[in-house]
Design a binder for this molecule. Structure first.
Ligand code: ADP
Length: 348
């Protein structure tokens, strides 16, 4: 088989492919491989062209032993690292009419990222659950020992243990919600939901709690029905989470407004839209934090979030539900003035 034919064959593959002859010269290299390694590599020896010791030693082994090998190739540029799994396959005249070694580069960066995310997630969950668990175990020790006869201390410690157990329970509930929502993200919801009813329900269920902190909960624009195609339980969860946050972080005695409206979408959300703004007059959020707020466990002030019973998962759940509804979540905030969390959904 001529070099030109091998080159044409390699060009049919979307991944970078490189063909070496039996002494290690690059005799063919498809377009993705030239983009990865540079045009100049054609006709050079692989040692000069590839330069990464781990990969070179595997290619050497493939030549020496005539067996398939595998190695990593890492490309670093301004955009970061791209990681390739390189399959190194010796080929023979009997197989394709040519003696040499074929290299196939497969971009596996996303696999590593997914693996890192999974690892971070497990570490975060373990840490979040360990904190209340450690407190509970500490109090059990105290109740069995020094506080065995102290009724007043027992009452106090049991109260704290109850709070910590509730926190673990909330965390598990939120983790389960998140995993359920993630699992459904690709399934479009089918019900017709009146957002006005959803918002009234949310206000009703939060009114008692809000009164305790002196927050005045108001709803605006809810006189007429506002219909979207959605999942009413999930949309209730979205506005519950946002309104709860507005009450928690909005500051005692300050108002919280849920404002419904309709209009025309812009950008890639064209057509009629329904919009709900959840507005508080709290401390606001430094713009620095805005892009990361919907990450799981991201909190501006971990201590404060925990003290308020937060799990750091509320906004991650909101984001996934809004994505499932093909909607948008916009957050705007001015430190010292308050925050506005807007959910924009296509109208039914
Ligand atoms: P949490 O359980 O900590 O409230 P969330 O995912 O709901 O978790 O929110 C993440 C973080 O975003 C919170 O810890 C808080 O720092 C910040 N945040 C959310 N809503 C508001 C708000 N209305 N005003 C100020 N900060 C907010």
């Amino acid at each position: 088989m001529s070099n030109a034919i091998i080159g044409n064959l390699l060009d049919t593959v979307p991944d970078p492919m490189v063909m070496l002859d039996k002494v290690g010269t690059i005799i063919a290299c498809n377009l993705p491989a030239r983009a990865l390694l540079g045009e100049w590599v054609q006709g050079r020896n692989y040692v000069t062209a590839l330069r990464q010791p781990a990969l070179l030693s595997r290619i050497e082994a493939a030549y020496a032993e005539g067996v398939d090998c595998e190695a990593r190739f890492v490309q670093t540029d301004q955009a970061g690292e791209t990681i390739f799994r390189v399959t190194i396959r010796p080929v023979t005249r009997a197989m394709i009419g040519y003696d040499g070694v074929l290299l196939h580069f497969q971009d596996i960066t996303h696999l590593r990222e997914a693996e890192e995310m999974r690892r971070d997630f497990v570490a975060n969950v373990s840490h979040e659950l360990r904190t209340p668990l450690t407190a509970i175990m500490g109090f059990i020790e105290t109740l069995k020992g020094p506080a065995r006869e102290d009724i007043a201390a027992q009452d106090r410690f049991l109260g704290i243990m109850e709070d910590e157990a509730r926190r673990m329970n909330r965390m598990i509930q939120d983790l389960l919600s998140l995993s359920r929502v993630e699992g459904q993200e690709r399934m479009r919801p089918q019900e017709t939901v009146n957002l006005t009813d959803v918002l009234s329900g949310v206000i009703e269920s939060l009114r008692k709690g809000a009164e305790k902190t002196g927050t005045v909960l108001r709803i605006e624009g809810a006189d007429a029905p506002l219909l979207v195609t959605g999942d009413s339980d999930q949309l209730t969860q979205v506005f519950l989470n946002l309104a709860e946050n507005a009450i928690k972080y909005g500051g005692e005695g300050r108002p919280v407004l849920l404002r419904a409206s309709e209009g025309e979408g812009t950008g890639n959300l064209k057509g009629p839209i329904a919009r709900v703004d959840v507005i508080d007059k709290g401390e606001g959020i430094d713009p620095l934090h805005l892009p990361r707020l919907t990450e799981r466990f991201y909190r501006i002030d971990t201590h404060r979030s925990r003290a308020m019973g937060g799990t750091g998962l509320g906004l991650a759940i909101v984001k996934h539900i809004v994505n499932r509804h093909r909607g948008r979540l916009r957050i705007s905030s001015e430190p010292g003035q308050g925050s506005c969390f807007s959910v924009i959904l296509p109208k039914a």
